[in-house]
Design a protein around this ligand. Structure first.
Ligand code: GLN
Length: 484
């Protein structure tokens, strides 16, 4: 099957040349063949997926049409899909099965998409490499001695390795964009609020968004179309302007498009090979008449500190529900406090514990003002930088990561080194802005991504700009060196 383009499969399904059942069977064959090595998948329910596929085929034959009808999709294991296990990559949820569908999952099912697997991930979406899952690391299909990036490691690898043309990840501070850049796929973090968070396990609620993943921007648009928009079950959700332009997605007019290039993102930390590819990508836009303008985002240097203070504070509160009382892993210890603390101690991994401790510290009396409140203020300054930049440009183009996928173990002993991988992805997250990562070429055989960031609710325009780039380049068509 290989890396199929969802838009091509869409046409094949609508023309009656393909069946959803055949596509879903091909997904399962590919997973069976490759996942022993890649470890991108945590659970499947083949019978259920096949029956959903046959249902989609009946709807297609009856003349029904939707952007995702009959297309296989992989779901990150922090999204509820009724009846399937949901582990969030953690032992603490041992035995938990989702009793309901997340809104994004329900909307995909209603539109006829066929979920085929729950994907591996860094525990509770905390991580940048895919190494922090309690169920073993996921491997990068481009080089299996390297990390795929995280935390949506399995969702990204599922698309990169051709298990399915579409996947959902989640992105709090870069978790679909960073692995997309490491594995040569395209991934969007929508404007905060465009996708409902109902049924997405909360990590840091003021930052979390579901992020669609695919081989191209046009494919992402297929997935976004049925999911986007206000949901009464999530009070922060809202409608996406221009949603009707997603299917089919057209390319943006690049002539006259003002693209801001933030000097603060192209400093010393950026590896030479990545820099070269980014410059070449910017030239593609310029050759079509886009105007490149240098801009400054001076508070970028505070972004990592700000993000890790706010994220850990929210984590410490959100994760208090995993206590062994109503669901998940329980260690019987005689007393209630003993049961709770031993269940948490046995069930949660080191990175999760580190963040709960840090966050609890930030929120405690005497430190709240010095850390949490100060970080909130820095978040406002970072957001204002973007507002000022968008007064003179239509979008921003930046690196996604300082370098390419790193070898296993390279950063696990030094949490700070791991956090620094997020330097270019956390600022847009703090500002709640739409941002995407798309392939910009290979350096020494490894993929490099370019990030586009737009003003709030410009998601459709951002995808149109990415689609224009992908109509002019072939980077996103390059597939990893896996058996066909
Ligand atoms: N790598 C970042 C972190 O560990 C982002 C994670 C995410 O976006 N879920 O917090």
């Amino acid at each position: 099957m290989g890396l199929g383009m969802a838009v091509d499969w869409r046409e094949g399904l609508d023309a009656g040349d393909l069946s959803s059942e055949a596509l879903v069977r091909a997904s399962f064959e590919r997973m069976a063949r490759l996942d022993g090595q890649l470890n991108a998948v945590l659970s499947t329910e083949e019978g259920l997926s096949l029956s959903l596929a046959r249902q989609a085929d009946r709807r297609l034959r009856a003349g029904e049409r939707s952007s995702v009808l009959g297309l296989p999709v992989v779901l990150k294991d922090n999204l509820n899909w009724t009846g399937l296990p949901m582990s969030c990559g953690s032992r603490v949820l041992g035995g938990y099965r989702a009793p309901y569908d997340a809104t994004v999952v329900r909307r995909l099912l209603e539109a006829g998409a066929v979920p085929v697997a729950k994907a591996n991930m860094d525990e509770f979406a905390m991580g940048s490499s895919g190494e922090y899952s309690a169920f073993g690391p996921t491997r990068n299909p481009w080089d299996t001695s390297r990390v795929p990036g995280g935390s949506s490691s399995g969702s990204i690898v599922a698309v990169s390795a051709g298990y399915a043309p579409l996947a959902l990840g989640s992105d709090t501070g870069g978790s679909v964009r960073l692995p997309a850049s490491f594995c040569n796929v395209t991934a969007l973090k929508p404007t905060y609020g465009v996708l409902s968070r109902y049924g997405l396990t909360a990590m840091a609620s003021s930052l979390d968004q579901v992020g669609p993943v695919a081989a191209s921007a046009a494919d992402i648009a297929l997935a976004l179309q049925p999911m986007a928009g206000r949901d009464p079950l999530d009070s922060t959700s809202m409608d996406l302007p221009g949603r009707e332009r997603l299917f089919p997605l057209g390319p943006a007019q690049l002539k006259g498009l003002r693209i801001g290039v933030p000097v603060d993102y192209f400093g010393e930390g950026l590896e030479a090979g990545s820099r070269q590819l980014l410059e070449a990508a910017l030239q593609v836009f310029a050759d079509q008449g886009a105007e490149l303008r240098e801009v400054r985002l001076p508070h970028t240097r505070f972004a990592i500190d700000t993000y890790y203070l706010l994220c850990t504070s929210e984590v410490s509160s959100n994760l208090s529900r995993f206590d062994g009382v109503r669901f998940g892993h329980r260690v019987e210890a005689g007393t209630l406090p003993g049961m709770i603390s031993e269940s948490r101690d046995a069930g949660l991994g080191d990175e999760v514990k580190r963040r709960i401790l840090l966050g609890t510290f930030c929120l405690s009396k005497g430190y709240y003002d010095a850390f949490y409140l100060k970080a909130l203020k820095a978040r406002t300054l970072i957001t204002r930088d973007f507002d000022e930049a968008f007064a003179s440009v239509d979008l921003l183009a930046t690196p996604v990561s300082p370098g390419v996928a790193f070898p296993f173990g390279a950063r696990t002993t030094d949490p700070l080194a791991m956090y620094l991988a997020d330097a270019y992805t956390v600022p847009a997250s703090l500002a709640g802005l739409p941002c995407l990562s798309m392939p910009a070429g290979l350096t020494a055989g490894l993929p490099v991504g370019i990030q586009l960031i737009g003003p709030a609710l410009s998601d459709v325009k951002l995808l149109e700009a990415a689609h224009a780039f992908q109509s002019l380049t072939r980077h996103h068509l390059q597939t990893p060196p896996l058996p066909a």
